[in-house]
Write a protein that binds this ligand. Structure first.
Ligand code: MG
Length: 390
């Protein structure tokens, strides 16, 4: 496989800072840092980013110190994304910024928490974690004198907003446009999106095996796992189980990422692209897996959904966590003074402006920003002092 030029000579279809659609609040250039580098640096310095360390990926944060959290997940996504960007001569700093920010809007307690908050917010337009990630970087982080949020470039914000309902897209102007016209985001956003899928498919196998909810024998019904696992067992001789597992996962990531690079390179070549805007006008993403690898990747994803995400032990923990989150939401909504003053003030201000929907949105922002353990302590304080961890 040919090596990329490490971002020194970005391809015509890569994001270029000189062609950036810029920031919502214009700022002078930095003397020695590029625009996407500044985006990444602002994300790493944000408080939302630090909170990812105590947010669940699949296993609730207190279940064990070795499981992935949203933070380590985001780092793995960035790492895979940078490799792919480098091979395709794309803008690695932009991919990294998107990857590090993509989960900033995640609620405590993973997808279960998101579902719970969505249910609470149904009367007022619901809750979408992707849109929430955008709200975090556009509005909720308060750190700079000249603007709310982190004032990131259009391209980073475009990559963060992976999905979006049509209703919300209409409110987002230029950024929401592609969800209405079925256009594509830039290639860097496409890379971050697939790096996310590859990262969690593989690390959830690792965490699932560590937890004992999955087993190697059962996972051998998934062709991608079986092929590599059987080879590793054959070649490794007597090594600890954790080496067998790591070598298998390492080989799975390598195979899927290699296919992603080769397939995407072919897709880009046949299109004869001149700029990143040529990419946005297409109806299908160019960063993609080959049909055979995609089928295997999806088979693993389905397996994890059935046997890990819907495992009764996981469901048991997450459904208790959901009840906790719903209960604290209702308490805050009923009496905003139970939130810290800054959030209570925001709830009152937004209520004056937009009625009950404004108050509810301020509560949702506060609850979504919580870590697992902070949400649990709020539940103990407000609802049940004798509650056990979910
Ligand atoms: Mg993710």
């Amino acid at each position: 496989m040919k090596n990329g030029a490490a971002g020194l000579r970005p391809a015509r279809w890569a994001a270029r800072e000189s062609q950036s659609r810029g920031r919502l609040h214009p700022e002078p250039a930095h003397p020695y840092r590029g625009e996407y580098q500044r985006d990444r640096d602002r994300i790493v310095h944000s408080s939302g980013f630090r909170r990812l360390v105590y947010k669940t990926q699949v296993f609730v944060n207190h279940e064990g110190d070795l499981y992935r959290t949203r933070l380590t997940h985001s780092l793995e996504v960035a790492q895979i994304g940078r490799t792919v960007a480098r091979c395709l001569d794309l803008n690695g700093e932009l991919v990294e910024a998107i990857a590090l920010a993509h989960d900033l809007g995640h609620t405590p307690f993973g997808h279960a928490g998101e579902d719970a908050l969505h249910e609470c917010m149904k009367p007022w337009g619901g809750f979408e974690h992707n849109l929430q990630s955008l709200r975090v970087v556009d509005e909720l982080e308060q750190r700079y004198m000249g603007f709310p949020g982190l004032n990131l470039t259009f391209e980073t914000r475009e990559g963060i907003l992976k999905h979006c309902s049509k209703r919300n897209a209409r409110r987002l102007g230029e950024l929401g446009q592609r969800f209405l016209t079925r256009g594509q985001p830039g290639l860097e956003a496409q890379v971050a999106n697939l790096a996310d899928e590859i990262a969690y498919n593989n690390h959830d196998v690792d965490d699932g095996l560590r937890s004992g909810l999955l087993s190697e024998a059962a996972l051998c019904s998934v062709p991608l796992f079986r092929r590599h696992y059987e080879r590793v067992v054959r070649e490794a001789g007597s090594v600890p189980r954790r080496v067998l597992i790591h070598e298998t996962i390492r080989a799975m990531i390598n195979e899927v990422v290699t296919d992603l690079v080769e397939t995407s390179r072919r897709n880009i070549r046949v299109r004869r692209l001149h700029s990143s805007d040529d990419v946005r006008a297409l109806t299908k993403p160019l960063i993609a897996l080959s049909p055979a690898t995609l089928a295997e990747h999806l088979a693993l994803k389905r397996y994890l959904r059935r046997h890990l995400y819907r495992h009764e032990q996981v469901i048991d923990v997450t459904s208790r966590a959901q009840e906790m989150l719903k209960a604290v939401f209702q308490r805050f909504l009923a009496d905003v003074r139970t939130m810290p003053r800054e959030h209570a003030n925001r709830a009152r201000a937004w209520e004056a402006e937009k009625g009950e929907a404004g108050r509810a949105r301020a509560v949702a922002d506060y609850v979504a920003g919580m870590t697992d353990r902070y949400a649990f302590s709020a539940y103990k304080r407000l609802v049940d002092p004798r509650a056990r961890l979910p």
